[in-house]
Design a protein around this ligand. Structure first.
Ligand SMILES: [Zn+2]
Length: 431
């Protein structure tokens, strides 16, 4: 294991460390970031009111808009000359959100990434083919430096050029692949088309997947087609990048590295902290970040946190699989639906391909329009009955999600493939 002294800390020890760091961080943010001083003043509190985790609920939230408003150089607690790196996430509207790092922050982030790899069984000597995008997006460099820190060999191939990716997988005998789950599905499909036998020609053991929500069914498809173990890795650029939480060998939730992150679950509407084990919006506090303190940052991700001891030996609380972001939630005929739930239903059905697209084409949604690719096997089968198959899928969606759906079957290979984050919802009203 990479850092047993930290990874094996018991929950009471973790809480004690979090409490000390939280109190210190609150004071640091208040003293060094004018935005936080203002937030505290407006809430009528000072850092003296925060004596431990039990006072966390008093601290005002930070939201994405706070970051946008501090464009270009971000919410900063240090002078610019102490910043050694900046990343930015593309906003759907207007200016990007900028995040900054000091040398110490870079070291922390890299260490967390190394722990993530190690948790998935990656060791020195492994060959990591890193197909995350290098650049302003945190995925590429995050996965890059974490692997190097662990002593693994990195192939910094970045996104795209699928034929070259396949050639490198074969020639370099890469043992680890890091990319989005949707790109892994596409790679498996492309490998077959290019005449590779993924299980024989490639030597991949482990996949480090993240940056988008994916279902258990997608995991199974990736594992079966590439002959690998697929691990879920969670992060977001506001919280360094990838490396916030990762699955262990048990694959029953993602351990949040709780020496660095305090997580709370809140009611999205009221902002009230929910009791442990209830589903709600995840709120993160970064406990040691130097350049850009974030106190109680609202992520809009909805999930349940599990505080039970994990069979792997770690006590760091686990995020049970994230269903989706509150932003991505669709309301169809009064029912809340996440794209990942649609994926869950569809991919369980034999004959359904790896690609689907939910189309939003009107303001009042009483039913869901979904384009679904069928597998080449089904498509080429003499028994293929498109109308009957579409009805079957509609019936399943109705039965499991209680939503009415209109399925449009697509020929294999006709929906757009993504090299980065998959686009699962196409909102025509925004086009
Ligand atoms: Zn575990």
């Amino acid at each position: 294991m990479y850092q047993p002294d930290i990874e094996n800390m018991k929950l009471p020890e973790i809480r004690k460390l979090q409490s000390e760091r939280f109190v210190k961080m609150v004071k640091y943010a208040y003293d060094n970031v004018p935005m936080y001083k203002k937030k505290f003043d407006e809430a009528g509190i000072t850092p003296d009111d925060i004596q431990g985790l039990e006072d966390a609920h008093k601290v005002p939230f930070t939201v994405k808009d706070d970051l946008r408003q501090h464009y270009p150089y971000g919410i900063r607690a240090v002078p610019l000359e102490k910043i050694v790196r900046m990343h930015a996430s593309s906003g759907t509207t207007g200016k990007p959100t900028v995040v900054t790092y000091t040398e110490q922050d870079m070291d922390t982030w890299t260490t967390l990434m190394a722990r993530c790899y190690s948790s998935a069984g990656v060791v020195k000597g492994d060959i990591v083919q890193n197909c995350y995008g290098y650049g302003l997006f945190t995925g590429g460099l995050g996965f890059h430096y974490g692997a190097e820190k662990l002593g693994a060999t990195v192939i910094p191939i970045s996104t795209g050029n699928t034929k070259k990716q396949l050639m490198m997988l074969k020639d370099m005998q890469s043992t680890v692949i890091a990319c989005t789950p949707s790109y892994a599905l596409y790679l498996a499909e492309a490998a077959e088309k290019e005449g590779y036998n993924a299980k024989e020609d490639f030597n991949i053991k482990v996949g480090m997947f993240g940056a988008e929500p994916w279902s258990e069914e997608a995991r199974k498809r990736i594992e079966d087609s590439l002959g690998i173990k697929a691990y879920d890795c969670f992060g977001m650029s506001e919280l360094y990048g990838p490396g916030v939480a990762v699955e262990c060998k048990e694959q029953n939730g993602l351990h949040i590295w709780s020496d660095e992150f305090l997580v709370e679950t809140i009611d999205t509407d009221t902002g009230e902290v929910l009791p442990e084990g209830e589903k709600g919006e995840l709120v993160f506090t970064m406990l040691t970040r130097e350049a850009m303190p974030l106190l109680r940052y609202r992520t809009k991700d909805l999930a349940v946190i599990n505080y039970e001891q994990c069979a792997c030996g770690r006590s760091h609380p686990r995020i049970m699989r994230i269903k989706g972001r509150s932003d991505d939630m669709l309301i169809i005929g009064g029912v809340n639906v996440f794209p990942s739930q649609v994926e869950h239903v569809l991919m369980n059905i034999k004959g359904v391909g790896d690609q689907y697209l939910i189309i939003i084409d009107r303001d009042i949604l009483d039913s869901m329009h979904v384009q679904v690719e069928v597998t080449p096997e089904l498509f080429n089968s003499p028994d293929y009955d498109p109308a009957g198959f579409a009805k079957k899928l509609e019936g399943e969606l109705q039965a499991v999600l209680t939503v009415r759906a209109r399925i449009e079957l697509m020929d294999p290979g006709t929906l757009p493939r993504s090299e980065g984050k998959a686009k699962r919802v196409h909102d025509k009203r925004k086009a």
